[in-house]
Design a protein around this ligand. Structure first.
Ligand code: SAM
Length: 225
């Protein structure tokens, strides 16, 4: 699919260069590696529990696909999956695409270079059985978190799971995010261990309602960091 922003536009004002950020995943003791393990367990659980039939997965701001691709590569349901990963940075998206190809997932995982906040890029994957919102909520305003949690109800199938992350340096935000998911029709499924570093919080929420069609007129969020 064509990118809806110029993929060469890495100097877009306000857009941080995230390429170096992923190196911490290779440090096994790092907060990021611990967060990754929790997210991967959540993905594993969602795939294990998915009813028979096709499984749609949508990952917004997918980065290198470090969470989804290794789990999917080993999972017995992989042939049932169609996943769209959306990542703005073309070099980072290329890493995800290469990882998918290296694990034989190129017909399963579709990595799109573009703005994951734009519904035009993922409407055909909604409602998804698994929605990944990882590494987003620490980088957008609370108003945009609320909007994204609300829109998650349009993006997630009934019975589907939304997995999201947020650091806990300002812990009062976490219950507010849960409240927005609850108001949108999600129940709390699981959350990460409170003993994990403050940088780590991961939750899985299950959508309990039939999703309304996705409004396609406004962006979900804008990164401010
Ligand atoms: C904190 S990283 C998280 C990556 C991945 N979800 C993970 O948890 O490993 C944020 C990622 O979002 C990407 N990003 C930032 N703004 C974006 C946007 N509007 N659309 C798509 N990707 C975006 C960055 O390039 C970066 O790869």
């Amino acid at each position: 699919m064509d990118a809806i922003v110029d993929p060469g536009d890495e100097t877009r004002p306000g857009l941080r260069d995230w390429k170096a950020w992923f190196a911490e995943y290779d440090n096994p003791g790092s907060s990021l590696a611990q967060r990754l393990a929790v997210v991967q367990r959540g993905i594993q659980r969602a795939l294990d529990e998915a009813p028979a039939g096709s499984i749609k997965i949508l990952s917004l701001c997918a980065g290198q696909g470090r969470d989804l691709i290794p789990v999917l590569a080993e999972h017995p349901r992989r042939a049932d999956v169609r996943a769209r990963l959306i990542e703005f940075d073309p070099a980072i998206a290329r890493v995800a695409r290469d990882a998918a190809a290296a694990t034989g997932l190129d017909g399963v995982v579709d990595v799109v270079t573009g703005d994951a906040a734009d519904p035009a890029l993922f409407g055909d994957y909604a409602p998804a059985d698994l929605l990944l919102l990882c590494g987003i909520f620490g980088n957008i305003t609370e108003a945009d978190i609320q909007n994204t949690a609300t829109r998650a109800a349009n993006l997630t199938a009934r019975g589907g799971t939304a997995i999201w992350t947020r650091h806990r340096f300002d812990p009062a935000v976490i219950p507010r995010i849960h409240g927005w998911f609850t108001a949108a029709g999600f129940s709390d499924l699981w959350e990460s261990d409170s003993e994990l570093p403050t940088a780590v919080y991961v939750a899985g929420n299950r959508h309990e309602r039939n999703p309304a069609p996705l409004p396609d007129d406004t962006k979900l969020f804008t990164f401010v960091k």
